[in-house]
Design a binder for this molecule. Structure first.
Ligand code: VGL
Ligand code: ZN
Length: 209
């Protein structure tokens, strides 16, 4: 496994708002931090993402009067789940978890920056048209294997993984380095099943260290 060449680690959204005490806290979200910290030194290339929204972002329930958190609405034909205000650009909630060691991150990619479109995936915004540039960056570096960890398993990890497969990367999920929202109930299991059906390899960090 460690002899495999051209591989990178993609760390998704390990930010204060997704950890206990944050506005969109994922149960046990901070427990991925020590796993990610152990993993980074085993990769030549580490890219981390930050969810990075403006105050008027389409995903915030406060911008849709009369709607409730977790409602699913359609905006310009795109399905959008409504969330509490989270990861507002430049705020404490958008910062990496303080115990996350960002020293070895070569690239920090911020996504979800446009008010009218959300971006769960590190590769492509939710309109499924606007790219972030990550695919081109990784292909420019001749990366073939993408290892994904972070938050949340059923949203940003899932969508990043599916786009990674779509882009032709051999894609792996370090499952103990992920935690999910599980809204709606069962969405974590469903995401894992769908990833497996699409050829994604699910592994434990102990297989990499
Ligand atoms: C995420 C919901 C809203 C995630 C981001 O990082 O999985 N989930 N924004
Ligand atoms: Zn978000």
């Amino acid at each position: 496994m460690n002899k495999e060449k051209n591989r990178m680690l993609l760390v998704i959204d390990v930010q204060n708002d997704f950890c206990p005490g944050g506005s969109l806290a994922v149960h046990d979200g901070d427990s991925v931090v020590p796993v990610v910290n152990r993993l980074t030194s085993h990769f030549d290339l580490v890219v981390a993402t930050q969810d990075w929204h403006p105050e008027n972002h389409v995903s915030f329930v406060k911008n849709h009067p009369g709607r409730n958190v977790h409602d699913r609405i359609y905006v310009d034909g795109i399905s959008q789940v409504l969330w509490p205000t989270h990861c507002v650009a430049g705020t404490h909630g958008a910062d990496f978890h303080p115990a996350l060691n960002a020293e070895n991150f070569q690239l920090i990619l911020r996504k979800g920056t446009h008010p009218s479109v959300d971006s769960y995936s590190a590769f492509m915004e939710n309109d499924k048209k606007t790219v972030t540039g990550l695919e081109g960056y990784l292909k420019g570096l001749r990366i073939e294997n993408v290892y994904v960890c972070g938050l949340a398993t059923d949203y940003c990890v899932f969508r990043s993984v599916m786009d990674s497969v779509q882009a032709g990367f051999k894609t792996h999920v370090v499952i103990d380095g992920c935690r999910g929202v599980n809204v709606p109930q069962g969405s974590v299991d469903k995401a894992i099943e769908t990833m497996k059906e699409n050829g994604v390899l699910i592994l434990h960090s102990s297989g990499l260290l």
